[in-house]
Design a binder for this molecule. Structure first.
Ligand code: EPU
Length: 335
């Protein structure tokens, strides 16, 4: 295990923020992880770095989870149980599943990050969330170094949420995740408007999981910035859920406001739309900006600091609150 000192984290966070870790270790085995934690439990854990904004240097031992490996645990006639180690790249894992004709994750193609961090915010896109195929995960308790298996119920999944963002925040390091995928009769989900219209454009009437993945990749590429080109963390804010009464009032002034019904009394409104209405879409302040094609995504054009991006986020929060009386929640972990 090599300890690196004063290590730049620029290549380890998709925002491309040039913050430094005083000490840095790449973890390639669970045993190594347990040895380290037995000596020092004051650690900062770095997965794919795709859902964090670093606003300061890290003066703790930084553990980069680089555990690799994909394994088929068991197969039935219709299903396969696949365990992926936490450090596998999410999109590569999804593509591997598609190549092997294992269905269930295709709508989640091209989401940045690692497998191990996917359950923390229950990643989701185009009508699918990882909770839909999740079986269990293995994690190491930071305080004790002890392994623990978390079932579906124990993870308390919600919209962009889980127990690991709440009571257990900072308490465990996820080391592997197991999914149950289909081998046949895949349950395709292409109800999302953009997927449907892209399939129609391609004249595909009976899509395969590969078709869905291709279409999702096309849609994401057309709307969302590629973190390898422009630093970003995907959606910076969550879509707010407001009361039906508040929504009906808003609709009087903004008849075109998009919405999704959550329940009889609650409506979800796209934060991207609210932010665009406030005039932020495509705005740039130095190297910090709001993406030109999706106002929900904040970007680092080159050398923005985490604080500059955070200040822009605060400005957006204030303006949306003043304009719509809606308090947005930041989805990204601000460090
Ligand atoms: N919209 C605007 N202006 C914008 C952005 C969006 O008016 O700048 C409107 C769109 O026209 C559309 C609606 O908002 O009517 C929804 O937009 P979109 O389909 O792009 O989805 P979203 O609600 O903005 C969510 C997820 C994305 C996910 C997409 C597709 C959240 C916080 N974000 O975005 O997730 O890819 O749905 O399922 O739930 C991520 O988490 O990093 C992420 C990209």
């Amino acid at each position: 295990m090599k300890v690196e000192r004063n290590k730049s984290l620029k290549a380890f966070n998709t925002f491309g923020i040039d913050a430094y870790a005083s000490e840095f270790i790449s973890i390639t085995s669970v045993e190594d992880l347990q040895v380290i934690l037995s000596k020092n439990s004051d650690v900062f854990v770095l997965g794919g770095g795709s859902n964090m904004l670093l606003t300061k240097n890290i003066n703790q031992l930084t553990l980069h989870v680089a555990l690799k490996g994909i394994e088929i645990l068991k197969e039935t006639e219709k299903h396969v149980y696949i365990k992926s180690q936490a450090g596998e790249d999410w999109h590569k894992f999804v593509l591997w599943c598609i190549e092997n004709n294992y269905g269930g994750l295709e709508n989640l193609s091209l989401i940045p990050g690692n497998v191990g961090t996917s359950p923390i915010q229950n990643i989701g896109a185009y009508g699918v969330e990882i909770k839909d195929t999740f079986v269990e995960l293995e994690a190491i308790e930071i305080e004790t170094g002890k392994p623990k298996t978390f079932t579906y119920e124990m993870c308390e999944f919600g919209y962009r949420n889980s127990v690991f963002k709440n009571e257990l925040k900072g308490k465990y390091i996820i080391t592997s995740v197991t999914f149950k995928l289909t081998k046949e009769n895949h349950k395709l989900n292409y109800s999302y408007g953009a997927i449907q219209s892209e399939l129609e454009k391609r004249k595909i009437t009976e899509p395969t999981i590969k078709d869905i993945s291709d279409v999702v990749i096309e849609i994401r590429n057309s709307k969302l910035p590629n973190p390898k080109e422009i630093g970003n963390s995907g959606s910076f804010f969550k879509n707010p859920v407001i009361s039906k009464d508040a929504f009906l009032k808003l609709q009087e002034n903004y008849p075109n406001i998009p919405s999704y019904k959550v329940s009889e009394t609650e409506i979800k409104v796209p934060a991207g739309w609210l932010i665009e209405q406030c005039g932020f879409k495509g705005k740039r302040y130095g190297d910090a900006g709001v993406h030109t094609k999706q106002a929900l995504v904040l970007v680092n054009y080159d050398n923005a600091t985490g604080t500059e991006i955070h200040n822009l986020a605060k400005e957006i929060l204030k303006t949306v609150k003043n304009t719509f009386d809606i308090s947005l929640d930041i989805e990204v972990n601000v460090i």
